[in-house]
Design a protein around this ligand. Structure first.
Ligand SMILES: NC(=O)c1ccc[n+]([C@@H]2O[C@H](COP(=O)([O-])OP(=O)(O)OC[C@H]3O[C@@H](n4cnc5c(N)ncnc54)[C@H](O)[C@@H]3O)[C@@H](O)[C@H]2O)c1
Ligand SMILES: O=P(O)(O)OC[C@H](O)CO
Length: 369
């Protein structure tokens, strides 16, 4: 149990990442009177935040809870980390391995705080999910208790206390419950589950389909096309997920269709925006340079190509996005190619599960997910 659950004390939380989602979640917890530290690599951000309770790089209109202290730009000290009940990671997947490697010496030997991850991606170099990155860097015992929060959750709306619901999952039901209790509020509802592989895949893959939905809108396609993309995207991500070894039901959850629907339907999504701007004829390099924050679907599309090839699964939409982002294919021509493919059986699930089995074996668990 976390200290605040045992005796009414509030928790001490250190958030890694001071971008849109890190600062939004810091605010959510700080508002509930937890003691919150937020690490940023930017000295300017740290100084500005501590002086004005505003983030100069994200959610600029928001006045943040006073119980948040920004720390950095140096990596948080072992002394600070060891005082924490919770470490919350709100950095892109590409930075998780480096951050956990730096933390590992501090986590060794001492009490392990509750570890919560909110990134949504697949690592490009290794094609690993975050669960595997945690196992590689900190060992299987820590991976087994790591918790993942995912679902339809735009930071911009959470800071306005708009009702939001998320999936909170871990291989340890107890840790998922603890994370859920930490975050749960009437406007922020936490539903627990135990399929971190499925939830991670759903969160990562929906970003790729959001790029597709954005492209369609940028090319001038309207609502029918978007509905088709969301539905066929859901079928495709469920097929990939089950071939990987995840539960197909997970793709019907908040972290699955919930987040897919949100991200494919709004320009608030960075991934949708990347697609929209591609559809309008802008170059990827320019879009990434001027977007102002991360769109994880861009790197995930590359890793996903390798995952799909290894699984031998048909993933026509994901493959089209890969071709546009990494093979220099013309966006309109590739979209028309996709549209001219003959429709196949509407629903089918691939059998398999080898990647999840390998990951469970790495964690010393039976190969069932
Ligand atoms: N913004 C949202 O609404 C939202 C919602 C749910 C999940 N997420 C996920 O949360 C993660 C962070 O998203 P965001 O919106 O805060 O992005 P962002 O671009 O606004 O901020 C990213 C933060 O991570 C830091 N960072 C980047 N690379 C790093 C590295 N290698 N090491 C340490 N820190 C690094 C940046 O400096 C920045 O503070 C992403 O994986 C995103 O998919 C975002
Ligand atoms: O802005 P996006 O596309 O990264 O989406 C943010 C969140 O993942 C939505 O749940």
């Amino acid at each position: 149990m976390l200290p605040h659950q045992q005796n009414g004390h509030k928790s001490k939380v250190l958030v890694f990442g001071a971008g849109n989602f890190g600062s939004c979640l810091a605010d959510h917890l700080g508002d509930s009177s937890h003691t919150v530290y937020m690490w940023s690599r930017s000295e300017n951000l740290v100084n500005h935040f501590n002086q004005h309770h505003r983030n100069p790089e994200a959610l600029q209109d928001h006045l943040f809870a006073e119980s948040i202290t920004a720390v950095g730009p140096e990596f948080p000290s072992a002394e600070l980390v060891q005082r924490m009940d919770v470490l919350l990671f709100a950095i892109p997947t590409e930075g998780v391995r480096e951050t956990l490697t730096a933390l590992k010496p501090t986590l060794e030997g001492g009490k392990v705080p509750l570890l919560i991850f909110v990134n949504k991606g697949i690592e490009t170099k290794t094609h690993a999910l975050t669960l595997e990155i945690i196992a590689d860097t900190c060992g299987p015992e820590i991976a087994k208790v790591a918790t993942f929060i995912s679902g339809p959750s735009f930071a911009k709306e959470i800071v306005k206390r708009q009702p939001t619901s998320v999936s909170v999952v871990s291989l340890s039901a107890e840790h998922a419950q603890q994370a859920s209790q930490l975050f749960h509020q009437p406007w922020f509802r936490c539903y627990t589950g135990d399929d971190p592989i499925g939830v991670e895949l759903a969160g990562a893959l929906k970003n790729v389909y959001a790029i597709a939905a954005g492209i369609a809108a940028g090319l001038g396609f309207e609502n029918n096309t978007r509905a088709m993309l969301i539905t066929r995207g859901l079928a495709e991500m469920t097929r990939i997920g089950t071939a990987y070894g995840a539960s197909p039901l997970t793709f019907l959850s908040l972290a699955g269709v919930g987040d897919l629907f949100l991200t494919c339907s709004s320009k608030t999504s960075r991934n949708y925006t990347v697609g929209y701007r591609l559809g309008q004829g802008e170059k990827l390099e320019h879009i990434i340079k001027t977007l102002g924050s991360v769109a994880e679907g861009v790197t995930t599309a590359k890793a996903l190509k390798a995952v799909v090839d290894e699984l031998g699964v048909t993933a026509q939409i994901a493959s089209g996005i890969y071709d546009v982002l990494y093979e220099g294919r013309d966006v309109e021509e590739r979209a028309n190619e996709l549209l001219s493919l003959p429709p196949n059986r509407e629903l089918d699930l691939s059998e398999g599960g080898k990647p999840a089995q390998r990951l469970m074996e790495k964690l010393g668990l039976t190969p069932e997910v």
